[in-house]
Design a protein around this ligand. Structure first.
Ligand SMILES: [Zn+2]
Length: 430
């Protein structure tokens, strides 16, 4: 705020348009501060409304709270029913204006279903705990606080904004292409995308999110001829399913490593027979030490930084899988429900530059890009291939997805101020 204030103190030195902008941005800063208690109360109400992803009524009730906030600001709010994907739906709110379209992304759902013991907002000074308090209800409140401040400052009028809050970020509905079709379309229509998941912090420093890794899963099934173990490795029996599985996984381990790539094997079974349940979580196998294994199954994940890396690593994995040991076979299947990466593009880096200009003007510290290897996948990955995207504009906190999840309520102020100024500049500015 220091620089903004000093610029306002010397208004005679700036053009009338710039003076108006500075005055508006000063109103943004003060409005967010003045409404802090209002927005803590709003966050409390939202957190106390359970919206576990599978609790469709709860997700819709949370959307209604948001609707009641956005309609008075002049947004056209609609609900996209997603019952065909087994989920509640998405809230989409549009504010038409002549400016560039800025897409604001967040989500209504949490990982805490109604049977979780963790259901209640508890405040202790500037720290609050509760289900979804940071992920992502804090982020949704940042959006609302920012838009209200923009309205007070007159910068909402004329701004072209789309708010897209998914109802199934934590457990997307299927098929994924239906569940994310509307979000992808909103990304294609947008000039900029801002995602309001948790602010990345470390040792008190705040970071910008210009990239996120993908998240996808794979199933590897190997097969071999079964028979008495005395014949293993011979021309008739070959190596069996378990040696083939071991060959593939060990080759993955030795040959695939590269920066920003991880691939974990989460579950494995092998024997005669071996199987896995329809959900892919529970394996079953039996076998004898003197029988060559017939089947082996493993499931794992794959996390990459760019679409190019994702495609290349998948191809290499597939290539390794095809080099079968004698008398064995193997099949690698990638699930089609993955989250694409948000690559660290020049456009995303430029958006962080715009945010850092806002930080300088508000007297806040500049934000370095956060190590993408440490950020999980998010809905921003679905739009990042089509539009410059900046993430992590929600609140600071920790413990997401676990009981005890918390949020730093002071960060709500900073983040709403930053967002309101940034959205206005992106939509109405140069
Ligand atoms: Zn989230």
């Amino acid at each position: 705020m220091r620089l903004l204030m000093s610029a306002i103190a010397s208004l005679t030195l700036v053009t009338p348009v710039l003076a108006q902008t500075l005055e508006a941005e000063r109103t943004i800063v003060s409005t967010v501060v003045a409404e802090h208690d209002r927005h803590i109360a709003l966050l409390e109400r939202m957190v106390n409304q359970n919206s576990g992803t599978l609790n469709a009524d709860g997700v819709r009730a949370t959307a209604e709270i948001v609707r009641a906030e956005l309609e008075p600001l002049g947004f056209d709010v609609r609900w996209i029913d997603m019952s065909q994907t087994g989920r509640a739906g998405h809230l989409v709110a549009t504010h038409d204006g002549s400016g560039k379209n800025v897409l604001l992304i967040g989500h209504l759902d949490t990982v805490f279903e109604p049977d979780s013991p963790f259901q209640t907002f508890v405040r202790d000074g500037s720290r609050a705990t509760g289900p979804g308090v940071g992920d992502d209800k804090g982020g949704v409140v940042v959006i609302i606080a920012a838009l209200r401040a923009m309205q007070a400052a007159g910068t909402l009028e004329g701004s072209n904004i789309t708010v897209f809050l998914t109802g199934d970020e934590e457990r997307p509905g299927a098929p994924l292409e239906v569940a994310r079709w509307d979000l992808i379309e909103a990304g294609r229509a947008a000039d900029y995308a801002l995602e309001f998941e948790n602010l990345a912090t470390e040792n008190g420093a705040e970071f910008g999110t210009i990239a996120r890794r993908s998240s996808s899963s794979w199933t590897l099934t190997t097969g071999g001829r079964t028979g008495h173990s005395s014949g293993v490795f011979n021309d008739t029996l070959g190596y069996g399913a378990i040696y083939e599985m071991a060959r593939i996984l060990d080759t993955f381990r030795r040959e695939l490593p590269e920066p920003n790539l991880t691939y974990n094997v989460g579950v494995i079974a092998g024997g005669t027979p071996a199987g896995i349940d329809a959900h892919g979580f529970r394996v079953e196998a039996s076998g004898k030490t003197n029988i060559v294994a017939e089947t082996a199954i493993a499931r794992g994940d794959l996390r990459t930084l760019t679409p190019e890396q994702d495609a290349r690593v998948r191809a290499r994995m597939t290539g390794i899988v095809t080099q079968n040991l004698p008398r064995t076979r193997a099949e690698l299947v990638f699930a089609d429900d993955g989250y694409p990466p948000m690559a660290p593009t020049a456009g995303n880096i430029a958006l962080l530059g715009r945010l850092n200009q806002v930080n300088r003007d508000l007297g806040l510290s500049e934000m370095a890009p956060f190590d993408p290897a440490r950020r999980g996948a998010a809905d921003s990955g679905f739009v990042a291939a089509d539009v410059d995207t900046l993430g992590g504009l929600g609140v600071a906190g920790g413990g997401a997805h676990a009981e005890g999840e918390w949020a730093d309520l002071d960060s709500l102020v900073r983040q709403a101020q930053r967002a309101a100024v940034l959205i206005g500049r992106l939509s109405l500015g140069d």
